[in-house]
Design a protein around this ligand. Structure first.
Ligand code: NAP
Ligand code: MG
Length: 401
């Protein structure tokens, strides 16, 4: 059979550790035999990021803006331990943070539901899509470790030199300080992305902050959402029979646990980071969660929601067998290929993406899965496969479809 041709390259962002190993296996086993894969390759592995002073991350984000669709492997966000492990010149920022900031987009994450892996929250009969604001707050912070006694102030200097000054704290001794920000423009893009996506998939949109405590910062999010909703989306929502619902973050968490699912939950950056891990874990495994960053200009970056699976990688390096779940990384590729197919009008590419997803889910439903799923499945007589054999089993299933 002739391989499927592509016209525009996908921006391919390679990554680190176990997911880098899976990345190559997925390409070799599930993509390259079927597609004349056209990608513009960026190596976001930590070694090359360090070598290029992180320029490669910036370049990959620019390429994503240029071509419109990217697929990204999980990457290490350096911490103190990684500084030594990789002999880093600097504690480079999170690549995801850099890319999200460059695209000013919103991340939508939806659990991948499959028969036999039931959410541990019994009432979640439909997936909850998490929309995470992808700019600012603690991810763009400035921090000071306060050495001792002194006064901390928050100062804004306008272009004309006028100042707004607030005392943060009079320190008696050592402590810590953190400056965070957001912009009305980014919050508005976030709001529009959420309202637009809700209309697209015809689901209610929930949004929550802590505006009772954060009377200016969080309240600004609430006000911008409400204003944009009233002006631009209210009528469309009513016509579509869907709802926009605002509440406090702690109330939202309580309601989510009692809900049936089937809605979009919009969260500020940090809430989205934490809550998406909660929702994905409750739905089985971190490896069963799709993730896409959508910019207001319609640029898409697909990835897995989990990290580089460091623990499995160290086993792999020792020559031990691993059973690492590649589903989310496969779905990152299918998401990107389908979107590329849509944008370029290549039907075969869209159909291939559907088929690969179907084969992946069918393989699990047939009882062939990785260890993380085998531990939680309600299916009986399952076969636990290693990382490589699971991917091979998907290929075998695909050949039968
Ligand atoms: P992680 O890679 O998500 O893995 C945490 C644990 O979750 C694993 O040890 C494993 O549990 C389980 N797990 C996650 N993905 C799995 C998969 N595909 N198959 C099977 N089990 C899976 O998080 P981490 O170990 O805390 O972080 C490792 C590195 O990833 C860090 O350097 C961090 O900076 C980075 N990270 C990157 C991204 C990203 O690029 N999007 C996101 C998060 C973290 P068991 O060990 O119990 O099997
Ligand atoms: Mg996270």
């Amino acid at each position: 059979m002739a391989k499927i041709k592509m016209t525009t390259p996908l921006v391919e962002m390679d990554g680190d550790e176990m997911t880098r190993i899976l990345w190559q296996m997925i390409k070799d086993e599930l993509l390259l035999p079927y597609i004349d894969l056209k990608t513009e390759y960026y190596d976001l592995g930590l070694e090359y990021r360090n070598e290029t002073n992180d320029q490669v991350t910036v370049d990959s984000a620019e390429a994503t803006k240029k071509y419109g669709v990217a697929v990204k492997c999980a990457t290490i966000t350096p911490n103190a331990a990684r500084m030594t492990e990789y002999d880093l010149k600097e504690m480079w920022k999170s690549p995801n943070g850099t890319i999200r900031a460059a695209l000013d987009g919103t991340v939508f994450r939806t659990p991948i539901q499959v028969k036999g892996i039931d959410p541990c929250v019994k009432n979640w009969t439909a997936p909850i899509t998490l929309a995470r604001h992808a700019y600012g707050d603690v991810y763009k912070n400035t921090e000071i470790k306060v050495p001792g006694k002194g006064k901390a102030e928050l100062v804004f200097t306008a272009e004309d030199g006028t100042e707004i000054r607030e005392t943060i704290h009079e320190f008696d001794g050592p402590g810590i300080l953190q400056g965070i920000h957001n912009t009305d423009k980014s919050i508005a893009s976030f709001a529009r992305a959420c309202f637009g996506y809700a209309l697209d998939i015809k689901q209610d949109l929930w949004f929550a902050t802590k505006d009772t405590i954060s009377k200016k910062y969080d309240h600004n999010f609430k006000d911008i959402f409400q204003e944009i909703y009233d002006k631009e989306y209210k009528e469309k929502f009513e016509a579509a029979g869907i709802e926009y619902f605002y509440t406090l973050i702690d109330d939202a968490v309580a309601r989510v646990m009692k809900a049936e699912g089937g809605f979009i939950w919009a969260c500020k950056n940090y809430d989205g980071d934490v809550m998406s891990d909660m929702v994905s874990s409750a739905c089985g495994s971190l490896a069963m969660m799709t993730s896409v960053l959508v910019s207001p200009s319609g640029v898409y970056e697909y990835e897995a929601a989990h990290g580089t699976v460091q623990r499995h990688y160290y086993k792999h390096l020792k020559g031990e067998e691993t059973s690492t779940n590649s589903v989310a990384t496969i779905f990152a590729w299918t998401g990107a290929l389908r979107k590329r197919g849509e944008l370029d009008g290549i039907k075969e590419l869209q159909e291939f993406a559907d088929k690969l997803e179907k084969a992946t889910l069918k393989t699990i439903e047939d009882g062939k899965m990785t260890k993380d799923l085998a531990l939680i499945t309600s299916l009986e007589n399952v076969t636990v496969l290693n990382s490589q054999d699971f991917i091979k089993a998907i290929r075998e299933t695909m050949e039968t479809l």
